[in-house]
Design a protein around this ligand. Structure first.
Ligand code: ATP
Length: 139
């Protein structure tokens, strides 16, 4: 927990457990209504997240974490992100994500031809997860 008024404590949890816990000077996430930058002493909030990266700045360094949707809760300088899955940059298996991207693209093509909207919607989300992981890993 951050008890210092100029520091944020950022925690990212998934059903697999805690993926990330660090202090930072600033947190940037992508919510369903746009990018959100949180500095220490920001007002309390809860927001839904899209599949994108979360960035935690501390000094000259920045951690990037691929976050698969979920939501963020912020109060008393503690940010908690709860998501179905999340991976720190160094933990991302790029080959696996590239395979997932190719699989999703092939499924999208077939689903479009078959006018299968359910499969199409699932594959589009899978594609977003894969591309997000690739982008975070390659930054
Ligand atoms: P895949 O088709 O490769 O399994 P997925 O998007 O279906 O990808 P998820 O269901 O989101 O995978 O995640 C399942 C578990 O695998 C989670 O713990 C997630 O963090 C992990 N994971 C998925 N893809 C990767 C990856 N490229 N690198 C590291 N961990 C990954």
């Amino acid at each position: 927990m951050a008890d210092n008024q100029s520091v944020l404590s950022v925690s990212i949890v998934t059903p697999d457990g805690q993926v990330y816990e660090e202090n930072g000077d600033m947190l940037v996430v992508k919510t369903t209504i746009g990018e959100l930058g949180i500095l220490p002493n920001h007002v309390p909030l809860i927001a839904s997240l899209v599949v994108d990266e979360a960035r935690v700045k501390h000094g000259d360094n920045e951690d990037e974490i691929a976050v698969n949707g979920g939501f963020i809760e912020f109060s008393d300088n503690v940010a908690t992100i709860v998501a179905d899955s999340a991976e720190r940059q160094d933990d991302i298996d790029v080959n696996r994500a590239e395979d997932a991207r190719k699989r999703a693209e092939a499924t999208i093509k077939k689903a479009q031809e078959a006018h299968d909207t359910d499969t199409l919607a699932r594959a589009e989300v899978a594609l977003r997860r894969a591309v997000n992981r690739i982008n975070v890993a390659k930054h």
